[in-house]
Design a protein around this ligand. Structure first.
Ligand SMILES: Cc1cc2nc3c(=O)[nH]c(=O)nc-3n(C[C@H](O)[C@H](O)[C@H](O)COP(=O)(O)OP(=O)(O)OC[C@H]3O[C@@H](n4cnc5c(N)ncnc54)[C@H](O)[C@@H]3O)c2cc1C
Length: 305
């Protein structure tokens, strides 16, 4: 049995003070779905748990500056069922619905999930593709961190021990955009992904070419990643199947998966290509009607940049 102190602050200021006092020996606990398992396995041994359950003002969703603001203590289930999210950024609701089971989603929080930083989690690739940012605060103030630069290694992030995630901001898609998240689950429906891919595509005004593309990948390395070099292949190019295949091939070279019981590294690398291509196709298929692009099957020379 590990003994630890248990603190129940009521305000964010009190949370900051507890974290300052205990430093790296303290751990925040939100839904507890990840931390309790880590503690049972003796992977973490905090001397103080700071519960967020009673802290006011940390949960809920609201419209803000052309996007949606999500409190750090908001549960996965609240994101999944939010009418605001479903209306404005449906991809987000769909992605959170992929996480585990309703029981887990009712407990797990958005901030806790991101701070946990398991590279197999579902929300990070979609949040990276959507261009989301998070707000971390401490006694020293606050900072905004893009999701794509938040994760540093297995279960590691840029968060300092005295920082708490108070908010996640997800911008709405620009006009002429479509988005998709695909989770490859060959075992059971509540499993972690073998490979996951999210794509956000924005077409140009003529709706014939890619004005912008963002691709996020999960379960394919020590952290979720943004496949920038694959995006580059498409940006500014006509919407053609051949270019998407080329981008998918490039994505395979950007990943560094490990072999485990969900598949060998070679298999996951191959699936990375397949799922990037499918995610791009799915994102195009979800463009608002008048922006829907016709994908040309005819090979063509790519525009020189
Ligand atoms: C059975 C099971 C199946 C799962 N399947 C999936 C799946 O299919 N896909 C998927 O994506 N995930 C899955 N998960 C992982 C799940 O998403 C995480 O356990 C959950 O998101 C963690 O959130 P939490 O609020 O419970 O965090 P906690 O367990 O409370 O905390 C996790 C970590 O985050 C820190 N923390 C908590 N809140 C904050 C905050 N606001 N700011 C800074 N640090 C904070 C804690 O100190 C701790 O280090 C599964 C989990 C379980 C138990």
């Amino acid at each position: 049995m590990i003994s630890f102190e248990y603190r129940t602050p009521k305000t964010l200021t009190e949370v900051h003070q507890e974290l300052k006092q205990f430093g790296a020996d303290a751990k925040l606990i939100a839904g507890g779905t990840a931390l309790v398992i880590m503690m049972k396995q003796r992977l973490v041994r905090p001397t103080c748990l700071v519960s967020l359950r009673a802290v006011r003002g940390l949960s809920g969703l609201a419209q803000k500056d052309g996007g949606v603001k999500i409190g750090g203590l908001t549960t996965h289930r609240e994101v999944e069922t939010s009418s605001l999210v479903r209306r404005q950024i449906p991809l987000l609701a769909e992605t959170y619905r992929h996480v585990a089971t309703i029981r887990v989603r009712n407990m797990a929080t958005v901030g806790g999930g991101l701070a946990h930083a398991d590279p197999n989690q579902d929300p990070p690739p979609a949040l990276i593709a959507l261009g989301a940012t998070l707000k971390a605060t401490s006694v020293d103030g606050s900072r905004t961190i893009p999701l794509e630069s938040f994760f540093t290694d297995y279960y590691e992030t840029v968060l300092k021990p005295d920082e708490i995630i108070t908010e996640i901001f997800v911008p709405r898609l620009p006009p002429n955009s479509g988005a998709a998240f695909l989770k490859f689950l060959p075992r059971t429906a509540d499993d972690y992904a073998t490979v996951s891919a999210a794509a956000v595509v924005t077409l140009d005004k003529a709706r014939k070419g890619f004005a912008d593309v963002r691709i996020g990948l999960g379960s394919l390395g020590t952290t979720p990643i943004r496949a920038r070099e694959a995006e580059e292949i498409l940006r500014g190019q006509p919407v053609k199947a051949e270019a998407m295949r080329e981008a998918a091939e490039r994505a395979k070279q950007l990943v560094d998966p490990i072999s485990d019981f969900r598949g060998s590294a070679a298999y996951k690398r191959e699936m990375a290509g397949v799922f990037v291509r499918r995610a791009l196709e799915a994102a195009l298929a979800r463009l608002p009607k008048k922006a829907k692009a016709k994908v040309s099957r005819r090979p063509s020379r790519r525009k020189k940049k």
